[in-house]
Design a binder for this molecule. Structure first.
Ligand code: NAD
Length: 457
């Protein structure tokens, strides 16, 4: 089927109104859940082929989020779809005000490779829950994971409702030429700009889930051992190929040495070297291009710990860099790999002023118990979302909308926020016939202007 024919079929199906009832949507969501459950083993096997991601990590960082979103949507959809009553202002009384959610229509979802299942399937869940049809174009880089999604989903869903298109840039561009009602994109900032431009042609609303350099602040009162443990986990998970991973650490000079030592200790515990065999939690760098890019970011003079690698297996040992300043090459672009630069600071206020001027990050983390300073950082610096005394975990709470701001993206999803993202909310005022004050009608008078003023102000 050509992209044009596929979208035309979805449009016809959408306009028939079949996606509107709650029962239809729940049926599709249950079908999706059953398909993933029945094929879970293949999902583990195929992603392993892409970047040797273990079964544990695939469940913990991918499928668990998918199941949790599915279960939530199935449980809450009836409530989400209900019109919401709103209070009516005096001028419109005795009318009634309500907000009616409606699906946007035919949606296009373009996914990234680093978490190929959850970054593709979670928005699909939101789109179906909101009553849209979906075309999903997952990343070509996680080829096997994308192929298994196409194989499983295209077998059980008719293309009019949900279809997976396999391909790379060319296929994405062919889809972007068409007139969708919603585009949901996860990926890099430069491609995000292209998506936005393509969407502008048809005035299609977009959600952009992008990346950036996410800082982690370590203040002098932080419990350093636990801080290091949580940073190391979140940073080196998926070999650092996580959009919300700590990109760099900003540590108070007085605790820098202690933190560096603890980071090293934690890496030794969580990621023993791979010279004597590869431990299960090592994930490969997705391809050679990214592998070479990451090696170029490791300044040998500045290695505090790590720095070893296996080119053939595309593995890089978790690496900590010290004596780093904002002028180092590693501080230019998002790292997106297991390289962790540490910058020591002396004056927090000056540091905040500096970070404020940088592109708005997707995540920001603070390790401290000092409420005043936590508040200062959180209010003065703009960022997508984050955590205090932890990293990454905020995205697992589906009650927290997930998304970026500025160059880290626009719009959000997860849980009800995902339903909102794929919905339009119609505001409706309903009036009875029996009451109509003559105030707003001509002929106008000073008396009526005063009544109007009273009613409105
Ligand atoms: P990418 O932008 O290279 O690719 C993403 C998708 O866009 C792929 O499906 C790809 O086929 C498609 N694409 C690439 N070039 C295109 C073009 N010219 N026109 C149309 N489509 C095109 O990103 P990536 O390498 O897959 O992912 C890494 C980036 O994604 C990082 O910056 C990371 O921070 C970000 N990311 C963000 C989130 C988030 O939730 N905010 C999650 C994961 C990754």
């Amino acid at each position: 089927m050509t992209p044009e024919n596929l979208l035309a079929a979805q449009r016809e199906f959408f306009l028939s109104g079949q996606t509107l009832p709650l029962k239809f949507r729940i049926k599709q969501l249950k079908k999706l859940r059953k398909a993933i459950r029945e094929n879970e083993q293949y999902f583990y096997e195929e992603i392993y082929k892409d970047f040797s991601k273990s079964k544990f990590e695939t469940y913990a960082t991918e499928l668990s989020l998918v199941y949790s979103e599915l279960n939530l949507a199935i449980k809450k959809l009836k409530k989400w779809m209900k019109p919401k009553k709103k209070r009516t202002d005096l001028a419109n009384k005795p009318g009634k005000s309500r907000i009616l959610p409606e699906p946007l229509g035919c949606s296009l979802i373009i996914g990234a490779w680093n978490y190929p299942y959850q970054l593709s399937i979670v928005p699909v869940i939101s789109a179906i829950a909101a009553g849209n049809t979906v075309i999903l174009k997952p990343s070509e880089l996680s080829y096997n994971a994308s192929a298994i999604m196409a194989k499983v989903f295209n077998r059980i869903f008719i293309p009019e409702i949900f279809h997976v298109v396999i391909g790379g840039i060319k296929e994405a561009q062919a889809l972007l030429n068409l007139n969708f009602d919603k585009i949901f994109f996860t990926g890099s900032v430069p491609v995000g700009k292209k998506i936005y431009q393509a969407a502008a042609k048809h005035l299609t609303p977009v959600t952009l889930e992008l990346g950036g350099k996410s800082p982690t602040f370590v203040l002098p009162d932080a419990k350093i051992k636990m801080t290091a443990k949580r940073i190391v986990w979140g940073k080196f998970l998926n070999a650092g190929q996580t959009c919300v991973a700590t990109d760099y650490i900003l540590v108070d000079k007085t605790v820098e040495k202690q933190l560096l030592e603890e980071l090293k200790n934690q890496i030794k515990i969580q990621f023993p070297t791979f010279e004597n065999g590869i431990p299960e939690n090592y994930v490969q760098i997705i391809n050679e291009r990214n592998f070479d890019r990451l090696l170029n970011l490791i300044d040998k003079e500045k290695i505090y710990y790590g720095g070893t690698f296996d080119k053939e297996k595309r593995l890089i040992h978790p690496t900590v860099l010290h004596n780093i300043s904002f002028d180092d090459t590693v501080m230019e672009d998002e790292i997106f790999g297991p390289v962790l630069p540490v910058i020591a600071y002396e004056n927090l206020d000056e540091l905040i002023e500096k970070v404020k001027l940088k592109p708005k990050p997707l995540a920001l983390y603070i390790f401290s118990k000092n409420k005043k300073q936590i508040k200062k950082i959180q209010t003065e610096i703009s960022f997508g979302g984050g955590a205090v005394n932890d990293t990454v975990m905020h995205l697992t709470n589906h009650r927290l909308p997930f998304g970026g701001t500025g160059s880290s993206g626009m719009g959000s999803y997860h849980g009800y926020a995902g339903f909102e993202t794929f919905s339009h909310f119609k505001s409706i005022l309903k009036k009875p016939f029996w009451f109509e004050p003559p105030v707003k009608y001509a002929p106008y008078s000073e008396k009526n202007r005063k009544i109007l003023k009273f009613l409105i102000e």
